[in-house]
Write a protein that binds this ligand. Structure first.
Ligand SMILES: [Fe+2]
Ligand SMILES: [Fe+2]
Length: 177
């Protein structure tokens, strides 16, 4: 029977998921001091994790690394309420959490690289985990609001659209943006 995140013997990626969820639920920073609400952080991190799992299965990539990267991708914003340079700053926070939860040095480097680069949706790194995290983040955001990136410059918006259409095609979905 599934453990439903209860007990001490959770797989390491699920420990990371639980740590992030508890950070959100126990945060002392109220919504009026956050760029995004606690409700958003909770829904978005959960959504990105599930989409990352689906993409990892579809692409034949390691599901645990995908879960850990997805769970931690916005950890700096979760902890501080701020998004400026959150990707690079989050990668450093993630490093410590991954180390104390059984991930190897090599895995940590890979996961932290994905977190560090996840905001660069207009770029293609050639690294499968990096691209998976960008795609999962993008898809979750666009499922909430197809206009969520409307404040971005046109070239970035076009690049985001292109990325989204590629992911939709892979998942046999009709693009809605
Ligand atoms: Fe982010
Ligand atoms: Fe995100």
């Amino acid at each position: 029977m599934f453990h439903h995140y209860v007990g001490e013997n959770l797989p390491r990626s699920e420990k990371i998921e639980k740590i992030v969820l508890e950070e959100i639920l126990n945060s002392n920073i109220p919504d009026n001091k956050r760029e995004n609400s606690i409700a958003w952080e909770l829904k978005h991190s959960s959504g990105v994790i599930q989409i990352a799992k689906l993409l990892a299965i579809k692409r034949g990539l390691d599901v645990e690394k995908a879960i850990a990267a997805a769970a931690l991708h916005d950890v700096y914003a979760i902890q501080t309420g701020k998004y400026e340079k959150h990707a690079a700053k989050g990668a450093e926070i993630a490093r410590e959490l991954l180390l104390s939860n059984g991930f190897s040095k090599k895995e940590i480097e890979e996961i932290c690289e994905a977190i560090k680069l996840h905001s660069e949706k207009e770029k293609y790194s050639g690294n499968k985990l990096v691209e998976l995290l960008k795609d999962a983040d993008l898809l979750d955001c666009l499922l909430y609001d197809p206009n969520i990136y409307s404040g971005k410059p046109k070239n970035i918006r076009n690049a985001i659209k292109k990325r989204f259409r590629k992911v939709c095609k892979q998942l046999c979905l009709r693009s809605f943006i």
